[in-house]
Design a protein around this ligand. Structure first.
Ligand SMILES: [Zn+2]
Length: 440
């Protein structure tokens, strides 16, 4: 227990500390002090122990860990539905890249906030972002009060955000300085991929990551084309190439990992690399399906990611969880593959571990950050109830989330976001969409 008296109690009919049905506690809650879980006990006990604390009790509520979105490009919410059902190259070169060339810092701020609204509403309390104008992503994340890992994307050519590559390092330094002591926001190092970053750039970024003890967030083996390019240029597959450059470490978070062979699966697991499984994005762009059951057999650290809304087209981890549970059964022909508890674990602790934050987020334990959600179980589609992880993965939707608490602060209460004006965010997004539609 922390020294200060808890100021907030969150309780409900059930409390699910981790993704296991056997751990369910009835009529329990959390007491929160200074952004940290100070106590977990029955609602009655908490009430009598901390009579002065504000108490939010939800009669049919489930108190559970907030979901962790381990890979997104939040501002791409502005491109939701702009170009769908196209081959990847056509999609990227003729729709997304031209639209991105028109992006301004202000657009990135509002686009990020739009995704934050959507993530909060669908139970995500922490996310890891890679995009342009990352200072604006960070500003939006701070305004939303979500926990976030944010970094500016690096590649070999000039960026609309910082200009020539060399300026990118100055931009990054400034971000590290600004958020050094931040409770919710961590700055990450984001080389885009092995195909857009030279070995020299990758090595330099690896060095900065070591000196700053920061997470390296990169795309890895998303498409077969990427693997072919890497083999042609360097004679190595992407994971081996990154390993040679010192980028496969427990502080690395690799998104996708679709086209990886057995050797790479073993290597990623052995190096302790975190992997963000972005199934819906990979399906939509027909990139393939990451061998997640095999990675889990090797005890790799895996979280779930939505990727950006241009390739998903939402950032709702509830729909992502259901897809993950179903698709791996379908492709393997094994109905026992990816059970609900495993999938829920990936969406919570798995994401926390992949971000190097297993000790602070991903489960509800005394001493951990008070990042939790309350899911309303009263609805018809959640009745009757036999097994909570199963209900959450197969039957619940993001809109069943009623309250969200991040760093001990109520961010959404009865489905109203308290930290910012959602209507204003939507109005901005519509205004920008008009500009993209008109070709600006
Ligand atoms: Zn991505």
């Amino acid at each position: 227990m922390t020294a200060a008296e808890p100021s907030l109690i969150i309780s409900g009919r059930y409390l699910l500390p981790q993704a296991r049905q056997t751990g369910v506690l009835e009529n329990h809650g959390l007491a929160i002090s200074g952004g940290v879980i100070a106590d977990i006990a029955s609602t009655e006990t908490l009430r009598s122990r901390y009579p002065k604390a504000r108490h939010v009790h939800t009669e049919d509520g489930l108190v559970m860990p907030g979901l962790v979105n381990s890979h997104t490009h939040a501002a791409m919410s502005l491109f939701r539905g702009l170009a769908d059902d196209l081959p990847l190259e056509n999609w990227l070169n003729n729709s997304i890249l031209p639209a991105e060339r028109q992006l301004t810092a202000e657009m990135v701020y509002w686009g990020t906030l739009l995704s934050c609204a959507e993530m909060i509403r669908s139970g995500t309390t922490a996310f890891c972002d890679m995009y342009l104008f990352a200072k604006e992503v960070a500003r939006a994340a701070a305004a939303s009060k979500m926990r976030a890992w944010v970094g500016e994307v690096f590649y070999d050519f000039p960026s609309p955000s910082y200009g020539p590559p060399e300026q990118g390092f100055v931009y990054l330094d400034e971000m590290f300085e600004k958020y050094r002591e931040d409770r919710r926001l961590s700055v990450t190092i984001n080389p885009h991929s092995v195909y857009l970053c030279s070995p020299g750039l990758l090595e330099r970024l690896a060095e900065i990551a070591r000196s700053r003890a920061a997470i390296v967030n990169t795309h890895l083996s998303e498409t077969a084309g990427e693997v072919k390019t890497c083999l042609e240029r360097y004679g190595l597959r992407p994971a081996a190439h990154l390993d040679c450059l010192g980028l496969l470490t427990p502080n690395t978070l690799a998104a996708h990992g679709v086209h990886i062979n057995e050797e790479e699966i073993a290597l990623l697991a052995e190096r302790g690399v975190g992997i963000s499984h972005c199934l819906q994005s990979n399906l939509k762009l027909a990139s393939g399906i990451a061998p997640v059951p095999l990675l889990l057999e090797k005890e790799a650290k895996i979280g779930l990611g939505t990727d950006g809304s241009a390739s998903n087209n939402n950032v709702d981890l509830f729909t992502e969880m259901k897809s993950v549970a179903l698709v791996h059964k379908g492709v393997s022909g094994d109905p026992t593959a990816m059970p609900a508890e495993t999938v829920l674990h990936l969406a919570t602790m798995g994401g926390g571990a992949a971000l190097g934050a297993a000790a602070t987020i991903g489960s509800l334990e005394v001493g951990k950050k008070a990042d939790c959600i309350v899911v309303d179980l009263a609805a018809s589609h959640l009745t009757p109830l036999y097994n909570l992880p199963s209900q959450l993965v197969y039957a619940a939707t993001g809109s069943d989330v009623r309250h969200s608490i991040i760093d001990g602060e109520i961010i959404m209460r009865d489905r109203k976001i308290l930290a910012f004006d959602e209507q204003e965010v939507r109005a901005k997004a519509r205004e920008y969409a008009g500009k993209f539609r008109a070709g600006m």
